[in-house]
Write a protein that binds this ligand. Structure first.
Ligand code: NAD
Length: 551
């Protein structure tokens, strides 16, 4: 059969492949397409617009078939979601090598990509869709939590208690904002034009309450702030109207950001258009709608700059709202920074990024045991402990149980080795697949996001993700992927990923130790090379060798 059908990874310890490395790739490929995990599994789309796990159903079937018979010294090659070869390698080599969506520079645009995609020659792999390590919305919640936690560390003494954050956008990704703020003990006012977005977030317990009016929202926020009580408040309205009004009225806001879908002007509601009429208005006159949306974004960003001038902490959350406001002629659009240079880069300098693992047993208790192990391994890291405890209580698993947390150089390998020991001793029911997002410390070149405003101007240098992929191949990863265009679109990023299986064997432990040392090590050396002091100290303290600093 070669058509859409429900896919679900097998659970338990019975192997359908010849070893756990192959079995892990097989289960994680299937897990990405589990209806609990994927946005549109029938079209093989996992998340992020059209990010796919396999090019077509025939390719999916061929990958499953091949993985089931792949030997311990063989490697399957995947070209944009299609298995194109099996080569004899050796047992330290990855069992799968993946290249997705890559195009030669001058051809690297959506138009050419769509043309080739229509010919059946390529697919969009996003970041973790085509590399088989997507774990559902837990990823965005943790990333947002980590960002607000970094804001707290940088500006508010390590906690958001006693602060009010103002943001807009309670959609698929933006909906993580209220919970991420309250997990950091803060108060959030979250604006959205869509009443259903507000209701949905309350239903899913990501948002606490809905205010009846702006005045009501501010009253609730101030009361909670004064009591240092976490609270998230939904407020119905257009951000381009409400932010200027709140600024004019002197609303006591400490932090401002935004996650409306500003990257697509047809998805941002302009002032003067009713929400119910939005789809029609955008379809009838896309050019006119775009102009009006950009004008509204300019007012929205102008108010954000106003809050910044009044002393608030303001940042762009990766939705291109500054660029759109600039296109509308607002000159100070880039007066506030993007979230990576503002908060995340210091973490990247330490090799920190979104480390994640999935329990191939399918047992939630395996994740509970690894959570406990993480708390024991890093007792001094309060923010990590808060996340792990809250995630254990509040995150609903999608597909195979999984966990994500940010760990850096010298930490990931410790966690990985402990996990491998736990598999070896039988404490865990089955092996773990340990991987990460491509959005990581040393694995991505993306000048509008992860590598915006590098100290040495090296934003667009893409040698780093290539080196990252190669070092993971050389270190013993179970599968390695090299993609183009994830997150920010064609022509704008190149990035690499790895997944390594803790299978409880001695060899598995050796591979885990090397990969989970060298992979975050790329983040440290990339930032040493760009001249970041923090990265230099980390390299010195933790013994990362950088030839240009020796001798
Ligand atoms: P989405 O389309 O699911 O949700 C957007 C929300 O914005 C909708 O609920 C919509 O009603 C609301 N909205 C539109 N215009 C508005 C206006 N004028 N005022 C108030 N609300 C308005 O999108 P999403 O998946 O939540 O992503 C949001 C944005 O954040 C995207 O641009 C995405 O690229 C970006 N994003 C960035 C990162 C990152 O870099 N860390 C991560 C996730 C998402």
């Amino acid at each position: 059969m070669s058509g859409p059908r429900p896919v679900r990874a097998p659970r338990g310890t019975e192997l359908s492949a010849l070893g756990w490395q192959q079995e892990a790739a097989l289960r994680m490929l299937q897990n990405n397409l589990d209806p609990e995990v994927a946005e549109h599994p029938d079209q093989l789309v996992v998340y992020g617009g059209t990010g796919k796990a396999a090019r077509d159903w025939r390719s999916f079937d061929a990958m499953v078939r091949t993985l089931r018979t792949l030997k311990q010294d063989e490697t399957m090659l995947v070209q944009s979601g299609r298995p194109v070869g099996v080569m004899q390698t050796h047992e330290w080599a990855p069992r799968v090598l993946i290249a997705n969506s890559n195009l030669v520079g001058d051809w690297a645009n959506w138009e050419e990509f769509r043309r080739l995609e229509a010919l059946g020659l390529t697919m969009y792999g996003q970041m973790t869709a085509g590399s088989w390590i997507y774990i559902g919305t837990q990823g965005i919640l943790q990333g947002t939590y980590e960002t607000f936690s970094a804001v707290a560390a940088k500006k508010f003494g390590g906690t958001l208690a006693g602060t009010i954050t103002l943001t807009a956008g309670l959609g698929g990704m933006g909906g993580a904002q209220p919970l991420a703020v309250t997990m950091n003990d803060g108060v959030a006012i979250c604006i959205d034009v869509d009443p259903r977005a507000i209701e949905r977030r309350i239903e899913h317990r990501y948002l606490d309450v809905k205010a009846d009016s702006l005045e009501h929202a501010l009253r609730l926020a101030v009361e909670a702030r004064d009591a240092r009580r976490p609270l998230s408040i939904g407020l119905l309205g257009n951000a381009a109207e409400l932010l200027p009004r709140m600024l004019a009225e002197g609303a006591p806001i400490d932090i401002v950001t935004d996650q409306t879908s500003a990257h697509d002007p047809l998805a941002y509601l302009p002032v003067g258009v009713d929400f119910e009429d939005m789809a029609d208005a955008a379809a009838k006159d896309p050019a006119g709608f775009t102009t009006r949306a950009r004008e509204s974004m300019a007012r929205h960003v102008e108010a954000m700059v106003g809050f910044m001038d009044a002393g608030a902490e303001v940042f762009d959350y990766g939705n291109s709202i500054r660029g759109e406001a600039q296109l509308a002629g607002y000159e100070r659009a880039f007066a506030f920074p993007g979230f990576v240079p503002a908060y995340i880069r210091p973490l990247f300098c330490e090799g920190k990024g979104p480390f994640r693992w999935a329990a191939l047993s399918g047992e939630a208790s395996d994740i509970a045991k690894t959570d406990k192990a993480i708390l024991e391994l890093f007792p001094e890291n309060e923010s990590l402990a808060r996340w792990i405890k809250m995630a254990g209580e509040r995150v609903h698993f999608q597909g195979l149980p999984a966990r994500i947390c940010w760990l850096g150089y010298g930490e990931r390998d410790k966690a990985g080795e402990r996990f491998n020991d736990m598999v070896a001793s039988g404490e865990l029911a089955a092996p773990l697949a340990i991987g990460r997002d491509h959005l990581d410390a040393g694995s991505v070149a993306s000048p509008y996001r992860e590598t915006e405003a590098m100290l040495d101007g090296s934003d667009a240098i893409a040698d780093w993700p290539l080196l990252n992929a190669m070092v993971n191949v050389a270190s013993g990863a179970s599968w390695v992927s090299l993609h183009h265009g994830g997150g920010v679109g064609m022509g704008r990023s190149i990035h690499a990923g790895q997944v390594t299986v803790a299978d409880g064997t001695k060899l598995g432990g050796e591979k885990v130790r090397r990969v989970l040392t060298n992979d975050p090590g790329m983040g440290v050396i990339r930032h040493v090379d760009a001249g970041y002091d923090i990265a230099e100290s980390v390299a010195d303290e933790r013994g990362v060798r950088v030839p240009m600093r020796e001798g």
